[in-house]
Write a protein that binds this ligand. Structure first.
Ligand code: ARG
Length: 459
């Protein structure tokens, strides 16, 4: 037990209490950020004349060597320290002696941990953003290759109207693009430096908080010291954004699971991304997609935990807030892992384009177009709807598609039908005619794809 306090105590901390209270097992994750923060603090203290230049140099050298030794594995972060802050400080004092004892001047662990977590999260936001960007690049590639791959679009999981694979993937492109936007918003809003807030009420030393903020790449210093040490809003925002990413991945997974089923067979997941059964030799299971869908609950759980932890905490810092770490780290690791694996899975997945097109044909997805044909020949839409409805019924009865129904049957219900009906309801025509902004028509799709590519190049 190596702790930073004790003067006021006459008894040792109970071992179980110590263990319960300690955070080293998880806050060790941000040792780099803790050291970076200390370096900036020390530079600021020296600039303000609170530390001598020489002391600053000694401390910086000491911190640098700790950083190197932890990175190389020479110095192990062990559980004999309560948290990462005590670990670094104790090691510093061991290495540079008395100067090291001045590191914590004008600082509390409350503003220190608030800083460390922000630095860590800021780095992680950039990483998550990169992983989501890779997913967008994979989606864009599929879009580019499938502008004319026809498939049924669904509503109520019933075949509705024909779309293309590019268009369907394009919907996910939009979702994940918004997800990146959310991450950027959060990063911008959280980028204020809490160091110098002290335990809750600032300090009596003449700190230059703007200077520290600048050294650490923050836009500005936080404006209220009590809020600085007790604000966890940005974590709630982040967990909400991460939950949304998982929700999108989960919907996508659900579709891939359906598409990979025997009934659909729209896709074939690569052997490298599926698993078999120990008893049923025929099985090839979409486990990755299922796990991604499953792990979504875990990230939602983190969001709920954080919201609940924060709801009854009086100002300012309270130990409850230590609970923010494990669940946020877990959510971040889950999202990064799931997104990367998902990207690999869809990049290697094979699309059965013919089956997709046949499925669109056999599901009467061109029925709206048949009705539109009549409207174009002067039949009021409501009547056209009813005529085509009866034609569909006839086809269902005969087990054929609208494309296969003889012209005489069409003409029995309306003389407006001519030979050109078949062209009007072909998948190609049905899709090509859908050329409004955002629709699946190939020309429109190519324009959207161009825009998406530019977006990826710029962001
Ligand atoms: N481990 C603590 C946390 O994660 C650091 C801050 C501790 N502050 C304190 N006064 N005990 O929140």
């Amino acid at each position: 037990m190596a702790q930073l306090w004790g003067g006021r105590f006459t008894k040792e901390t109970d071992q179980l209490v110590y263990n319960f209270n300690a955070s080293i097992s998880f806050d060790r994750k941000f040792y780099e950020q803790d050291i970076r923060g200390s370096m900036a603090h020390v530079k600021m203290l020296a600039k303000q004349g609170i530390l001598a230049e020489e002391e600053k140099e000694q401390i910086l050298k000491g911190l640098e060597s700790i950083l190197e030794d932890v990175r190389s594995g020479k110095l192990l972060i062990t559980s004999e320290y309560e948290d990462i802050h005590s670990f670094v400080e104790a090691n510093l004092i061991e290495r540079v002696g008395d100067a090291g004892k001045k590191l914590h001047t004008g600082r509390s662990r409350n503003d220190q941990v608030a800083l460390d977590m922000k630095l860590y999260i800021r780095d992680e936001i950039d990483e998550i953003d990169g992983v989501v960007k890779n997913l967008l690049a994979a989606l864009l590639k599929i879009m580019e290759e499938n502008v004319e791959t026809y498939m049924p679009g669904f509503t109520h999981l019933q075949k509705a109207q024909p779309v293309t694979l590019a268009h369907h993937m394009g919907a996910y492109f939009e979702m994940f693009r918004r997800d990146r936007g959310r991450l950027q918003d959060i990063r911008k809003r959280m980028n204020t430096c809490p160091l110098g807030a002290g335990a809750l009420a600032g300090t009596t030393y003449p700190l230059d908080r703007d200077y520290t903020a600048q050294l650490l790449g923050f836009d500005e210093a936080t404006r209220n010291s009590m809020d600085s040490v007790s604000d966890r809003d940005y974590l709630i925002e982040l967990l909400s954004a991460l939950s949304t990413i998982m929700m999108h991945l989960s919907r996508f997974s659900e579709e891939i699971i359906l598409w990979n089923s025997n009934e659909y067979r729209f896709v074939e997941i690569d052997d490298g991304y599926s698993t078999g059964s120990s008893i049923m030799p025929q099985k090839k299971n979409p486990d990755i997609a299922e796990l991604v869908r499953g792990k979504t609950g875990r990230v939602y759980g983190a969001l709920m935990s954080m919201l609940t932890t924060m709801k009854g905490i009086p100002l300012a810092y309270n130990k409850d807030m230590q609970e923010d770490k494990e669940l946020t780290f877990d959510a971040i690791d889950t999202v990064k892992g799931c997104t990367a694996l998902f990207t690999g899975m869809i990049s290697t997945m094979e699309f059965h384009k013919e089956r997709m097109e046949n499925s669109a044909k056999n599901g009467f997805t061109n029925a709206t177009d048949a009705a539109d044909y009549l409207v174009n020949h002067g039949v009021p839409f409501r009547d056209a709807h009813s005529i085509v409805g009866r034609l569909v019924l006839l086809c269902i009865d005969r087990g054929i598609s609208l494309d296969e129904l003889p012209l005489e049957e069409y003409r029995k219900l309306s003389l407006a039908f001519g030979e050109d009906i078949y062209d009007a309801i072909s998948m190609k025509t049905c899709v090509e005619k859908r050329m409004t902004y955002g629709a699946p028509g190939p020309e429109m799709m190519k324009e959207i794809i161009r825009g998406n590519r530019e977006y990826l190049e710029r962001n």
